[in-house]
Design a protein around this ligand. Structure first.
Ligand code: SF4
Length: 281
C-alpha cells in the first residue's frame, strides 16, 4: 500500500486502492483491517457456495466472448459454466450438481438476450484513474460501446433484485465509469447492473456532477483509511482505530470467528450453502 505523505516540498504519494477496498472501509473498518492490513490475516471461514456460483458464472461469461462468433450460443454458455464449476461450499455433490444446472440455465438464458456480434470493448478489463490523492484501479466485468459512449456492465448473481437506485448509489460503478473513461479515452457515463437470476438490468446515467460527488466521497473514504493505518503504525489501538461495525452482514463475514462483536451480532452461524438462491419446485 502507498500512502499520502504530504511532506512540505515533497511529491505526494497516492493511496492505491480498488473500489472494493474503499467500500470495505465503509462497510466495516474492522473487516477492512483484517482484509488489507493484518499480516498474516486471521483465518477465514469455509468457502461460500453462493460465491462459487458467482465465480463460475463470471468466468463462463468472460470465456463466452472469447469463443469464435459461431460458438457464442446458449449451449456453449452451459458448457462453460460446467467447465468452470467447483463444489466448494455445497452441502454435498447432489446439491452442487443441482446448482450447476441452475447456473447453466441462468447463463444460457442471459446470453440468449445478447447479440454475439456486438463485441464488447472490454471483458474483465482492468481500468485505472487517479486524483491528487488516490490511484484507483479495478477490473470491470464488461465494457460495452454504444454509439460514442462506453457503458460499465456489472454482473450480479445474488438473491437481491437491484434497482436504478442501486446503480446510481454504487460508488464502485461510478469509479469504474471514471476509470473506463480515463483508460479507454472515451466518454463513459452509464452504469448497469445485470441481475442474471431475473434478467433485469438496473441502469443509471451519470452526470459530470454525480460522478464528481462519488469521486470526492472516495477521496474522503481514502483519507480516513490512510489516517487510521498511519495511526496504527504509530502504535495506536487497533480496535479503536478500526471499530467493528456490526450489522446483518456479520453473518456472512469471512472473519466473524475472529471478531467477538460480529460473532455476537451474527446470531446462529450460517451454513456455507445458506446464501444460495432458493430452488424452484
Ligand atoms: S463480523 Fe461484522 S463487525 Fe466483525 S469484522 Fe466482520 S463485518 Fe465487521
Amino acid at each position: 500500500m502507498t500512502t499520502q505523505l504530504g511532506l512540505e516540498g515533497m511529491p505526494k504519494r497516492l493511496f492505491s486502492c480498488t473500489p472494493s477496498r474503499l467500500t470495505s472501509w465503509l462497510d466495516c473498518p474492522r473487516r477492512y483491517r483484517m482484509t488489507y492490513l493484518d499480516r498474516p490475516p486471521p483465518p477465514k471461514g469455509p468457502p461460500w457456495a453462493h460465491n462459487t456460483v458467482g465465480s463460475a458464472v463470471h468466468l463462463a461469461l468472460s470465456r463466452w466472448w472469447s469463443e469464435p462468433l459461431a460458438k457464442r450460443t446458449p449451449a456453449t454458455a452451459r458448457a462453460l459454466v460446467e467447465r468452470a464449476w467447483s463444489t466448494d461450499g455445497f452441502a454435498d455433490e447432489a446439491q452442487a450438481l443441482r446448482y450447476r444446472g441452475h447456473a447453466a440455465d441462468m447463463v444460457a438464458r442471459y446470453v440468449a438476450t445478447l447479440d454475439p456480434c456486438e463485441e464488447p470493448i472490454g471483458i474483465e478489463r482492468t481500468v485505472a484513474t487517479r486524483t491528487e490523492v488516490l490511484a484507483i484501479s479495478g477490473r470491470v466485468d464488461r465494457v460495452d460501446r454504444r454509439g460514442e459512449e462506453l457503458v460499465v456492465v456489472d454482473y450480479k448473481t445474488g438473491r437481491a433484485v437491484l434497482t436504478a437506485d442501486d446503480a446510481r448509489g454504487s460508488l464502485a460503478l461510478a469509479l469504474y465509469a471514471l476509470a473506463c473513461a480515463r483508460t479507454l479515452r472515451r466518454s463513459c457515463m452509464t452504469v448497469e447492473l445485470h441481475h442474471l437470476p431475473t434478467g433485469r438490468v438496473a441502469r443509471f446515467d451519470h452526470t459530470e456532477e454525480s460522478l464528481a460527488r462519488h469521486l470526492s466521497r472516495a477521496e474522503a473514504i481514502g483519507a480516513e483509511a490512510v489516517a487510521a493505518a498511519e495511526a496504527l503504525r504509530a502504535g495506536g489501538d487497533p480496535d479503536e482505530l478500526f471499530p467493528a461495525r456490526p450489522s446483518r452482514v456479520c453473518s456472512w463475514c469471512d472473519f466473524v470467528r475472529a471478531c467477538p462483536v460480529g460473532l455476537a451480532a451474527a446470531g446462529a452461524p450460517k451454513k456455507p450453502w445458506d446464501g444460495l438462491a432458493a430452488e424452484e419446485s
